[in-house]
Design a protein around this ligand. Structure first.
Ligand code: MD3
Ligand code: FE
Length: 216
């Protein structure tokens, strides 16, 4: 066998189990990072990033926008999915084909065939932003997985158990990493530690996370 020291092909993404039902596909979205960021800008042109209010009256440190048929929103009335942007009253923009293809490919690699998300929540973290431990339970069918794509500066992700009080483990997530969680991991508590100041060539100080969901 000949050694090719100049092989330019990207390394095969490594799959690392986090816990039963959750897997990290390291670098799966790295190649498409720039195009994903261009699509995030397009979506945010229609529905600008906003820091929403929790039902308890706190302003989230993470700014959010959505695309697809259903967008996740929170305000004094609670957490829910809805078809209109509460800021403009207009429908969310279409989910870009690249988003749908990436989400379906990641889900398939994790063992979920034919994942067709109808919602993409886009989170934007600036230094100091965090997301406390929570469960994602506003979706209709917990048999459907969730796919998460990290872009920009690195962060430490927390994954706990089925109770908020279960001591969480930690996973570092970098630009291009994709997490798929379903089955026994679908309702685990999870969160994101405070984002540290850093400089990424494509996003500056920013971290973005896309979560693809089947809301209905
Ligand atoms: C669950 N977003 O928007 S979830 C959210 O980085 C949200 O912004 C996170 O939680 C973010 O609701 C990314 C990624 C994730 C990874 C591993 C898990 C969730 C998990 C393992 C078990 C359970
Ligand atoms: Fe979540």
């Amino acid at each position: 066998m000949t050694m090719d020291l100049f092989d330019q092909s990207p390394p095969e993404p490594r799959a690392e189990p986090i816990c039963e039902g959750a897997i990290v596909l390291r670098g799966l979205a790295r190649e498409s990072g720039a195009e994903l960021l261009a699509q995030i800008e397009r979506v945010a042109g229609q529905a600008p990033f906003r820091q929403m209010q929790t039902p308890g009256g706190h302003t989230m440190s993470v700014a959010m926008t959505c695309c697809g048929d259903w967008g996740w929103v929170t305000d004094a009335k609670g957490y829910r999915y809805q078809q209109q942007d509460p800021v403009s009253g207009a429908p969310w923009s279409n989910m870009p084909a690249l988003f749908r293809i990436l989400a379906a490919d990641a889900a398939l690699k994790a063992g979920y065939a034919e994942f067709e998300p109808d919602s993409c929540l886009i989170n934007r973290y600036l230094p100091g932003a965090r997301m406390g431990l929570h469960q994602d339970r506003n979706e209709k069918d917990f048999d459907q997985p969730i796919v998460s794509v990290s872009l920009g500066t690195p962060v430490t992700f927390q994954f706990g158990g089925m109770r908020r009080s279960d001591r969480p483990g930690r996973v570092p997530l970098e630009h291009g990493d994709v997490v798929v969680w379903g089955g026994p991991a679908r309702l685990r508590y999870h969160g994101v530690l405070t984002l540290k100041a850093a400089d990424h060539p494509l996003t500056g100080a920013c971290r973005y996370n896309l979560t693809f969901r089947r809301a209905r």
